[in-house]
Each structure stands twice: as C-alpha cells, then as structure tokens.
Design a protein around this ligand. Structure first.
Ligand SMILES: Cc1ncc(COP(=O)(O)O)c(C=O)c1O
Length: 463
C-alpha cells in the first residue's frame, strides 16, 4: 500500500514543500525562508506537528472541523462508500444514494421552505452557482435585466472569479481583474472601526439603509440579489449591531430582490443554531453551505434553495451548470454521518447551553486587557480588536496587521492557533471544545496578548 509518509525530518519536509508546493494566501518566498509548520495528526481539538508539538486548534482548521478531529465513524463511512460506489455524478438524469439522502437530510434540518440543494465541492463553487442561479431565475421570470448582485466591502465569499468578485476584499480584486461585471458593494456593519460617534444601533441602521440607497441608485429592475454572511468571518468576525439584520430583512421584503445568506462559516452549529439565519431570524432565499457540512472531513458544499426559487429554476428547462465532483458520493456520505453525529449527540444544544456561554464570558473578560478595545463572540466565533487607546478606539500607527502578525506569532509559539485579520485576533474552535480546553485556550490567548504588548512597547508601536 502506498501510504503517505511523514517520517522525514521536519527540515527535509520543509525543503520539499518550499521546492514544490505553492500555498494559498501566502507570501511563498518568505515562507520558504522561514520553513512551513507541518501538521501530521489531530485528535479532538488538538493538532500534532511534525516535531511532536501539541497545538490547540482555536480555528477548527479553516472554521470547518465543527465536530472535532478523530471521529472514526466518518473515516469508516468514507471507506465503505469508496468500496460501494467511489464515484458517480448527478448529471444527465442519474443520481446516487448519498446525494439523495443528504439533500433530504438538509431539507429536514434547514428553515421552513428550504427543500432543495444544488451541490458543489466547496463554498466558492457554490457561490458561483448562486450568481448564475439568481440571474437565470430572473431571466426565467422575464426580468433579464435583474443581474446586479449587491455585496459588502470586506465580505468574503470565496476565491474563484465569482466568489472573489462577490467578496469585497480589495487585495483580492487587485489580482486577476476583479470584480466581474454587475457586482457592486455597500459598507460593512463594523461598528468599532467605522461608526465614529454613532451608537451601535444607529450605525447598524445606517449601514443597512445603504442597501436601500444602492437599490434606488441602480434601479430595482436591475438588481438580482443581496449576498451577505450572517456574521462576517474572514473579514474579522464582524458582529453586526442588533438593528442591522431586521432592517436588511425589511428592505429585501420590500423590494423585489433575492437574499442570499452565505452560511459557509455560520452554518452547522457555529452560532449555536443549525444556521446563522436561525440565530438572527433572517429569511433568505438561498443559503450557501460548505465547511461544517462535513466538518471538513471531505470536500462538499452547495446552494440550498427555497421552494419559490427552486420551482422557477426547475421549470425553466436545462440549468446549464454543474461540477464533476458536486455532491461527490464520498463527500455526501461523510456529510450525512457528520450531521447524524451533530444531531444524535445534541452537539449544538450542548454547546449553546453550556460551553458557548462559558467561552463568551471568559472571552469578554479579555477586553480588560490593556491591548483589547473590544471582544465579540457569537456562538463559537470570536474576535478581539487590539488598540493602542481604548477610549478613542484608535488604530496603531504601524501598518494595519503589524501588531496582529506579532500576536499571531506569540499565539502559535504558545501552542494556540488564533488567527489575525489586520489587528483583530479571531477564533472559531470546534463546537465540541470542553470547558477545560476553553480554560487552556483563554490562558494561552491571554499569555500571547501579554507577550504582544511587551513586544510592541519595546518596538515603540504602543503609544
Ligand atoms: C463565508 C464564506 N463563503 C465562502 C467561502 C469559500 O469556501 P471554499 O473555501 O470552500 O471555497 C468561505 C471560505 O472561507 C467563507 O468563509
């Protein structure tokens, strides 16, 4: 059997990686000099690296390993499915049992009126599907001009041409000639950095009303949809003020546009509910799903489509769209088993009633640290905003991200995966994390903040 080897010494693996492997969202030349960190095994919330170090994964991989690592049931299901039917597609009037069962299961756990799923292999592809689907929907309803999709600055919807165009990340748009046509943006509900003297409620309303202004500016007859994450994840865990989503919902109800909730991070327990839309009481027309759908054990994603949109698309002839591996039998079987575990072990209810409030309290206590201006937590998505001056919510004089990078370095060094987005620190641990593991996470985060503060004082960055 050709087993993947990891017995080479770390420095040899690093040299091979530097010589042959191109990393996403990475300065590869810099990394090659430094040497990559190599993860070789994982169990529960803990990772092991190639030197045998234990690291607490405060990010659940990339926000995806919701049920934690090492669940043998998922490996067993993948093995059995590979033997039974390793591949078949769902094009051209065929189907297979895992895709059928998973689409039925998703209909059962999703909000009322969601009974159909179009599968992809991840979130970016699913968002590409959404662009084509909403435009096709309006064309089928004799409104072919309704093409424009409104999104948000600093939203993240993936890395394909479509996904990155829906996303409002300037750095991504600068590479590859993005965005594609007919996608436009409104501001994000980032109260801490952008509200000035407005209260959170005032600012939430103001940012939501930008959607209405944009619809007026473009003409309702030209707008297909609005897309947003219930809580922006990759943008830095930006938790919208309470006034934001009800106003967005009012606007979407009042004008004839579709609402797409990108649930790629928020879905499958991360907010303490099945979906972020449940947490906020939002009623979208389409939900993008991936990540926690299979807890990252196998690639799968999709677009969950409400009955109205599904019936129009299904009656409009051939929807000329699909991916070879969309709804892959192994991914679908693994996702089904993952959902069974979440459901039968009551993982969401247990976290929501116990460990989520436990972490939230301790996380909010970190706002007493001299470096922290604000601590946010929804379910198990948290951010800490670092500042040189709490009272004015000031930014550091150094380039954005300088202090964040220092803090991330200390965190990794202390054995905690905590990410930085600019000068915000973010976490998103597996929803199975225990109270004692939360204590460890908080201690390591706190120690990393102390070390960061000492460092930036030494370097004259904290004034
Ligand atoms: C909200 C959101 N949408 C879409 C994506 C893209 O998903 P994928 O990386 O599976 O293509 C991500 C990935 O982080 C995401 O956070």
């Amino acid at each position: 059997m050709n087993k993947i080897v990891n017995h080479l010494p770390t420095k040899d693996l690093q040299a091979l990686d530097a010589a042959h492997h191109m990393h996403p969202f990475t300065e590869n030349a810099e990394l090659a000099k430094k040497g990559v960190k190599i993860i070789t095994a994982a169990d529960g919330v803990m990772l092991t690296d190639s030197d045998g170090n234990q690291i607490l994964d405060g990010m659940a991989g990339l926000w995806c390993v919701n049920i934690g690592y090492g669940r043998k049931e998922l490996a067993d299901v993948a093995y059995a499915q590979m033997q039974q039917l390793p591949y078949y597609n769902t094009f051209f009037q065929t189907s297979h049992v895992p895709a059928i069962s998973l689409s039925a299961k998703l209909a059962e756990i999703s909000p009322e009126g969601f009974n159909h799923t179009f599968f992809a292999t991840g979130g970016s592809e699913a968002n590409d599907t959404n662009i084509r689907m909403v435009r096709h929907y309006w064309a089928a309803k004799d409104k072919p001009n309704k093409k424009t999709i409104i999104s948000r600055i600093n939203g993240y919807h993936g890395s394909t041409m479509g996904g990155a165009s829906l996303g409002g990340m300037k750095g991504m748009h600068a590479q590859g000639g993005l965005p594609i046509a007919n996608i436009t943006y409104i501001g994000q509900p980032d109260w801490y950095n952008e509200a000035g003297d407005l209260s959170p409620l005032e600012f939430g309303l103001l940012r939501a009303k930008e959607l209405e202004e944009k619809i007026h500016e473009l003409g309702e007859e030209n707008v297909a949809a609005f897309i947003a994450e219930p809580v922006q994840g990759a943008g830095g865990v930006i938790v919208p003020p309470e006034s934001y989503w009800p106003e967005i919902q009012r606007i979407c109800d009042e004008y004839d546009i579709l609402l797409i909730a990108d649930e790629v991070i928020c879905g499958f327990g991360r907010t303490g509910h099945w979906f972020g839309t449940d947490y906020y009481g939002i009623r979208p027309h389409i939900m993008t799903i991936a990540k926690g759908l299979s807890s990252g054990y196998a690639p799968i994603g999709g677009s969950m489509v409400c009955d109205e949109v599904a019936s129009v698309i299904n009656s409009a002839g051939d929807f000329a769209h699909g991916y070879t591996y969309g709804g892959h039998p192994v991914g679908a079987a693994v996702a089904l088993e993952n959902l069974r575990i979440i459901q039968e072990e009551n993982l969401i209810e247990k976290a929501a009633s116990d460990t989520m409030p436990y972490l939230a309290e301790k996380w909010h206590d970190l706002s007493n640290h001299p470096l922290i201006g604000e601590a946010n937590m929804v379910g198990f998505m948290g951010s800490l905003v670092m500042t040189p001056d709490k009272s004015s919510r000031a930014k550091f004089a150094a380039d954005v991200g300088t202090v964040g990078l220092i803090a991330r370095g200390h965190s990794f060094g202390n054995g905690l995966i905590m990410r930085h987005v600019g000068d915000r620190m973010i976490i998103s641990p597996p929803i199975t994390i225990s109270r004692s593991e939360i204590d460890t996470l908080i201690n390591l985060a706190s120690k990393s903040l102390d070390e960061t503060l000492a460092d930036i004082k030494d370097q004259g960055l904290y004034k």
